[in-house]
Ligand binder design. Structure first.
Ligand code: ANZ
Ligand code: ZN
Length: 878
């Protein structure tokens, strides 16, 4: 039976699946490679296929990009909007450990479930380009890029004290350690020495920083990346050690405080300590301290609250180069060995850490900076406050120099350069730049990741020119050879023709806990032939970190493109990708057509990790000539979290997760989509409230019923007001979608529907309403569209509303006729009135002066001046 809104109530269940299937069949969402239309590439951060499936928070970004994609398609762009699976990772592996079920099986199951959920929401993805990072054909390229990094000197081996999670039994990147705990499981992270693959992201620090300026990203995210990269400009100053040829260079951003430096501090790992041991009278004691300090985590070492403990190096002194004063040297763990020079000049009066330390050990303090504004108001950072004859804290701000010899009286900002240059002339200082960013530890001792395509060959080592005396066999930073169990091996990359290097099946997924991955136990896999000499060799058993696959995935969707592809036969005619057999061809033409990504949407939690790594790989691929662009994601927008109704983050352990499936069953995907957008500003966090969703269903009932009324089809008489409102709504909805103000776009549509209910309207008005609603609520819009505008009136029989051109507005009709004029007296807002848009100054003044509220303020006073800003305000100065 016909489903006729004139006779029946709105029932999303009866229409949603139907249209989803028809859209798929018509291929409405498939992107055309090399189309003449302008391209637009919209990308969602692809999900990890977790067993829990999606909760109502996940699709917030997907609904937004779907709406955006609909708008762009209907504005005649060739839109690419793909989806895939970031499927390597710990939860799947941990599940395998518990159940013995192979991660591949779990992944397949989870993917199916989540894909079904995404389809239920009516999201229009081009599923023919679906990717999965665990597909060997996919990770073949991930491995290829690893080999590229290796050949470019950007991947090396090192034995490093790494962050090690005792529970996950794997090494972690710095970025994966949150407040000293494992990002995944929350266990306290420990230090452990392990042989590691490391990527030289520091070589790109400057470019990663500079190119942020090219990007339309939220300022907050850019700032987080800037801080993470942490570029610091300053001076390196040389301190001589008394009666010794050794020198201690320090890195400082505040040379202006040099006269206030009363001691030096070096990190426990400082290399020359060993060499100075004959001169240091308490060296035994120092050694004990150093041992303890090295065990600590960085977080404990630099923690602000922690008491700063150190030991003086007795028997040696340093010379302050600016005034020749002898000062003591300490070793303390609040100085980090891998930042700057590993040594600092301590200025207790102007650096809080030094202050705390000096206080504890009773070291002299010399004040050298006086804040600019004294007396009147305290500067933001409190200056040194003296009580009971003692300083209470350090003053870290700017000011005039005091107690600084010939530099006294100078402004601190200027003194920085002057003192630096003064010392530079004597060869005691040079300008220096340091970065906080460190190289990326790229190996994990786990099973469910991309195997690192490297082979170790003993025979090649024996034939090599390397002859290293036993005493120096310490692996520091190396591209050529490695040391495993005390034996040297040459590093030999797997040949490209042997890629993908597939993950072998294993029976036990438990990590060994010795720092080796479960792969190490599969001797048939580990033992192999050297690609270079053919001799017996061993495979690397570490795998890549979870972030590897997402470093280049935005390119993978493009490679699966449908046009001109020689691999056409690999696709089945329904457009479903055969994931297992799909080949990724590095097709430069396709890459050049589609990239870079025009709009990227995802959670702000990826501010540094994924977004920094992907930018890094993109720059490497650019340098290698594989791609032509330097930045992958031109524009980025973050969605805010959807919290549980109790305001907490949704999580299985809290038991407050809201599953979208039953809600969609009951209220429909359209109401769900609408609520996700209407609930609040897109980038802000907000609590879920199912009542709001029910409200959206009621709104859609109203829309449905609007069409049920007979009068809707016949224009009774011109209603200029409604005509104008429709034009204004077109403008508002268009601009709001473009600017990610989805919530206000929805309210504009609600206002329009309310007005339509109460007035006489014509068919054009209803048609426009549907055209505007369609991106938000595609199913109901398509249903009504087909019923009213395709079948009955045969406008364009075959057309889906999702392909119908986006409506245009008449600029003349959207101009406001009245505005709110603000009335100020002496610059303070005192009143507001509704006036015609083009009111004259004369008239505005007359009106303003006649207002009771204004009379009160100007009574008995002389009007000195009137300032009039047309269309905005009038200010009366008395
Ligand atoms: C003297 C001084 C005086 C400093 C003063 C600050 C204020 P950013 O901006 O983070 O680069 N520093 C240098 N190397 C360090 C290390 N390895 N471990 C811990 N601290 C180190 O900070 C640079 C400042 O951090 C440097 O400037 C140095 O302290 C400290 F009133 O030098 B300053
Ligand atoms: Zn060999």
């Amino acid at each position: 039976m016909e489903y006729n809104p004139k006779k029946m109530a709105y029932d999303p269940q009866r229409i949603e699946r139907k249209w989803q299937r028809l859209w798929d069949k018509k291929g409405i969402f498939s992107a055309k490679d090399f189309s003449k239309k302008k391209k637009f590439y919209i990308l969602d951060m692809f999900p990890y296929p977790s067993a829990e499936g999606l909760h109502v928070g996940h699709p917030r970004g997907y609904v937004a990009t779907d709406i955006f994609a609909h708008l762009m398609r209907r504005k005649n762009f060739n839109v690419l909007h793909p989806m895939g699976w970031d499927a390597f990772g710990l939860p799947t592996e941990n599940y395998a450990i518990k159940t013995g079920i192979h991660p591949e099986i779990t992944t397949r199951k989870n993917v199916e479930r989540i894909k079904e959920q995404l389809k239920m929401i009516g999201l229009g993805y081009d599923w023919s380009r679906e990717i999965n990072t665990t597909d060997p054909e996919y990770y073949k390229i991930t491995q290829k890029i690893f080999l590229l990094l290796y050949k470019m000197g950007l991947a090396y081996e090192a034995v490093l004290p790494i962050n090690f999670c005792p529970s996950c039994k794997t090494g972690l990147a710095n970025e994966e350690v949150i407040n000293g705990k494992c990002e995944r499981c929350g266990t306290e992270v420990k230090k452990k020495d392990l042989r590691q693959w490391v990527l030289k992201i520091t070589a790109y620090a400057d470019r990663l920083l500079k190119d942020l300026d090219l990007l339309d990203w939220p300022e907050k995210i850019k700032e987080m990346q800037r801080n993470w990269i942490g570029r610091s400009e300053g001076w390196e100053i040389e301190f001589r050690i008394q009666n010794s040829e050794f020198k201690i260079p320090v890195f400082t951003t505040r040379v202006d405080t040099l006269f206030g430096c009363t001691y030096l501090v070096v990190a426990p790992e400082y290399p020359i300590l060993e060499k100075l041991k004959d001169k240091i009278s308490n060296f035994k004691f120092v050694e004990g301290y150093i041992k303890e300090a090295k065990k600590k985590l960085e977080r404990e070492r630099i923690s602000e609250v922690k008491e700063k403990i150190g030991i003086e190096l007795k028997g040696i002194k340093a010379i302050n180069p600016v005034n020749g004063r002898e000062i003591p040297i300490f070793v303390a763990d609040y100085v980090l060995s891998h930042y700057g020079t590993g040594a600092v000049m301590a200025v207790p009066c102007h650096d809080q850490r030094d202050f705390d330390f000096a206080r504890k050990y009773n070291l002299p303090m010399i004040e050298v900076i006086k804040p600019y504004q004294e007396k009147k108001e305290l500067p933001k950072e409190a200056p040194l406050i003296i009580s009971n004859g003692r300083y209470q804290n350090a003053y870290e701000g700017e000011g005039f120099l005091i107690n600084s010899g010939r530099f006294t009286g100078m402004k601190s900002e200027e003194a920085r350069d002057e003192i630096g240059k003064f010392l530079a002339k004597k060869n005691l200082a040079k300008k220096a730049v340091y970065f906080k960013l460190r190289d990326w530890i790229f190996s994990r001792q786990r099973y469910w990741g991309e195997p690192i395509p490297i082979i170790y060959c003993r025979k090649c080592w024996e034939n090599s020119k390397f002859q290293i005396p036993n005493s120096k066999r310490k692996l520091k930073l190396n591209y050529d050879y490695t040391i495993i169990d005390g034996k040297e091996y040459m590093i030999v990359p797997v040949s490209e023709k042997d890629l993908p290097l597939k993950l072998p099946f294993v029976k036990k997924y438990q990590p060994t806990g010795t720092g080796e991955s479960p792969l190490a136990a599969i001797s048939e896999w580990v033992n192999t032939k050297c690609p270079k000499c053919g001799g017996p060799a061993k495979r690397e058993t570490n795998t890549m970190p979870q972030w590897a696959g997402s470093c280049w995935y935005y390119l993978a969707y493009v490679m699966l493109g449908n046009q001109k592809s020689p691999k056409e036969s690999l696709r089945d005619p329904t457009g479903q990708a055969k994931i297992k057999n799909q080949k990724f061809v590095w097709d430069k033409e396709k890459i050049n057509y589609w990239l870079p990504v025009d709009l990227y949407v995802g959670g702000a939690e990826h501010a540094v990790l994924h977004l920094l790594y992907a930018r890094f790989w993109t720059k490497v691929l650019y340098d290698a000539g594989w791609i032509k662009f330097k930045e992958p994601f031109l524009k980025l927008r973050n969605q805010g979290l959807i919290l549980a109704p109790d305001g907490q983050k949704m999580s299985k352990s809290r038991g407050n997760v809201i599953n979208p499936d039953p809600l969609i069953e009951k209220y429909g995907a359209d109401a769900f989509r609408l609520y996700e957008m209407f609930m609040g500003p897109f980038s802000e966090p907000i609590n879920w409230n199912t009542k709001g969703l029910i409200g959206m269903k009621r709104f859609l009932d109203k829309v449905w019923n609007l069409f049920g009324k007979e009068k809707s089809v016949i224009l009774i008489e011109e209603d200029r007001e409604i005509e104008k409102l429709v034009h204004k709504t077109i403008k508002k909805v268009t601009e709001d979608i473009e600017n990610f103000r989805f919530n206000t776009a929805v309210s504009a549509l609600m206002i329009l529907v309310n007005e339509l209910q109460n007035r006489n309207y014509g068919i054009w008005h209803l048609k426009t309403l549907l055209l505007l609603l369609a991106p938000f609520t595609p199913h109901i819009s398509e249903e009504l569209w087909q019923q009213y505008f395709v079948k009955t009136l045969t406008f364009s029989l075959q057309t889906s509303i999702l392909q119908y051109p986006w409506p245009k507005y008449d600029p003349k009709l959207v101009k406001e006729e009245t505005i709110t004029l603000v009335i100020q007296v002496n610059g303070k807002v005192r009143d507001k009135i509704e006036v015609e848009t083009d009111i004259s100054e004369e008239k505005a003044k007359e009106l303003a002066l006649s207002r009771e509220k204004i009379k009160k303020w100007i009574k008995g006073k002389e009007i000195k001046k009137v300032i009039f800003v047309p269309g905005k305000l009038i200010n009366i100065v008395v």
